[in-house]
Write a protein that binds this ligand. Structure first.
Ligand code: FES
Length: 217
């Protein structure tokens, strides 16, 4: 489901960057990629599967939450013949990314028909019902921008070594302080919130992060 908050002073940032969202009563914030940036709002795609995501999904209009972002490194948008490749809830940044890239083709994989409903948010998308199958349909000669489960990203990377990949990891702080998001990439430990979540981009930009309290829309 889409959770919308008022934008306030927050910059939507670059597609692939993320925000730390903390509803009242939750000790730790949850990292969420921006899904859409309609005027005056920020929207996040939430799969309510745990206490944090359920608290976000149950927000009532006007209820306030703490927000910090945009954080991390987003996708490089200076690409020719882009193709979006995604799986599961990993497609969350694609609606905003697609908008910024002018609606390129997208290849999306989902485990269930319920999750596949998210494809309606991504223009020009072709859907398969298993994330790892997207690699079988990967055409050559495209600049791949991918986001999704680790096995899918690994498979994309083998076929398209220059692909920009948005990785996922549990995050507690979002700005490099807790090392909770450390993952091994190419044999080296990397804090995904600082060096990612998008890796292998050739140019990275970052909007200044803003913290604040905003209300659900
Ligand atoms: Fe704390 Fe990355 S989430 S260091």
């Amino acid at each position: 489901m889409l959770v919308r908050v008022r934008r306030g002073a927050l910059d939507p940032g670059i597609p692939g960057q993320f925000f730390m969202l903390r509803p009242r009563g939750l000790l730790l914030p949850r990292p969420m990629s921006l899904c859409l940036a309609p005027p005056g709002e920020l929207a996040f795609l939430v799969d309510p599967i745990g206490p944090g995501t359920r608290a976000l999904a149950e927000l009532q209009a006007g209820e306030e939450i703490d927000v910090l972002g945009p954080l991390g490194n987003g996708f490089c948008l200076d690409v020719e013949r882009p193709l979006l490749v995604g799986g599961g809830i990993g497609v969350a940044p694609f609606p905003y990314l697609s908008e910024r890239l002018g609606g390129p083709p997208a290849l999306l994989g989902f485990r269930t028909a319920r999750h596949a409903e998210a494809a309606a948010l991504v223009p020009n998308s072709e859907v398969v019902l298993e994330p790892t199958y997207v690699t079988e349909a990967l055409p050559p000669g495209r600049a791949v921008l991918a986001c999704g489960p680790e096995p899918m990203l690994g498979a994309v990377r083998r076929l398209a070594p220059d692909a920009q990949l948005a990785w996922e990891a549990p995050m507690a702080c979002g700005y490099g302080a807790c090392y909770g998001c450390a993952v091994e990439i190419d044999g080296c430990l990397a804090r995904l919130c600082v060096e990612g979540p998008v890796l292998r981009g050739h140019a990275r930009g970052q909007a200044p992060a803003v913290a604040g309290r905003v209300a659900a829309a």
